[in-house]
Design a protein around this ligand. Structure first.
Ligand SMILES: Nc1nc2c(ncn2[C@@H]2O[C@H](COP(=O)(O)OP(=O)(O)O[C@H]3O[C@H](CO)[C@@H](O)[C@H](O)[C@@H]3O)[C@@H](O)[C@H]2O)c(=O)[nH]1
Ligand SMILES: [Mg+2]
Length: 194
């Protein structure tokens, strides 16, 4: 449910840093549940919205994931490359168009039918990103390109196919630690897709 604009009054927005994303601080008044007004300062990091997709092969019983080095995870204690579902920023595209582009760039995958499953704010206290989640069946012959990501953007991506049962087990034993990947694998298992 969207909050009524009457609940929030923006007083001042300041850009603290403008790089790959934009870090802003906003001074605002917010009406509390009891009706009184409170003045708040809140920082937001805006990198745009994103899309993520679990590709699964029901015949071979596997899922297709990508491995890549993630510096923010590295500085937070996870040195190994992260195993993730295909994902990226939507830029100016609708999420269903953006996810097809990402699937091709990252995994060399030409997707057929793509199904939206849910959307989520992944870190709503600080990051503005709304992530749109998808699932898609694929088969070996849909891997029409090499994938690997865009070298110009510094991407270095390895494509891996993993048995679905193994991928689920890797959540429990800590080998999969990426939230969007855990969410999509658990969704697929709960829905009987994998
Ligand atoms: N120059 C520069 N390049 C960056 C920076 N951060 C990322 N990049 C490059 O920009 C690429 C963007 O690739 P995408 O596939 O579009 O995004 P992503 O990194 O996979 O992930 C983003 O989308 C996910 C889902 O939407 C998000 O979950 C994730 O947090 C992130 O925002 C990255 O792979 C990386 O090479 C940065 O600070 N500076
Ligand atoms: Mg990506």
């Amino acid at each position: 449910m969207d909050e009524s604009p009457d609940e929030v009054r923006i007083l001042e927005v300041r850009v603290l840093a403008e790089g790959h994303g934009v870090l802003r601080t906003t001074r605002m008044q917010h009406r509390r549940f009891d009706g009184t007004w409170q003045t708040l300062n809140r920082e937001t990091y805006d990198r745009g919205n994103g899309c993520a997709l679990l590709a699964y092969d029901p015949v071979r019983g596997c899922v297709l994931l990508v491995r890549q080095f993630r510096y923010p995870a590295y500085v937070s204690g996870h040195a190994a490359p992260l195993l993730e579902v295909i994902a990226g920023l939507v830029d100016d595209n609708p999420p269903d168009v953006a996810i097809r582009k990402e699937a091709h760039e990252e995994a060399g995958l030409t997707l057929r039918a793509v199904r939206p499953v849910f959307a989520a704010y992944m870190s709503p206290g600080a990051i503005t990103e709304r992530l749109s989640f998808f699932v898609a069946e694929y088969e070996a012959s849909d891997r029409t390109g090499a994938g690997g990501g865009l070298i110009g953007e510094g991407e270095d991506i390895e494509v891996v196919e993993i048995p679905a049962d193994t991928a689920i087990a890797m959540i429990s034993d800590g080998r999969i630690v990426d939230a969007k990947t855990i969410m999509l694998l658990q969704h697929a298992r709960l829905s009987g897709l994998i």
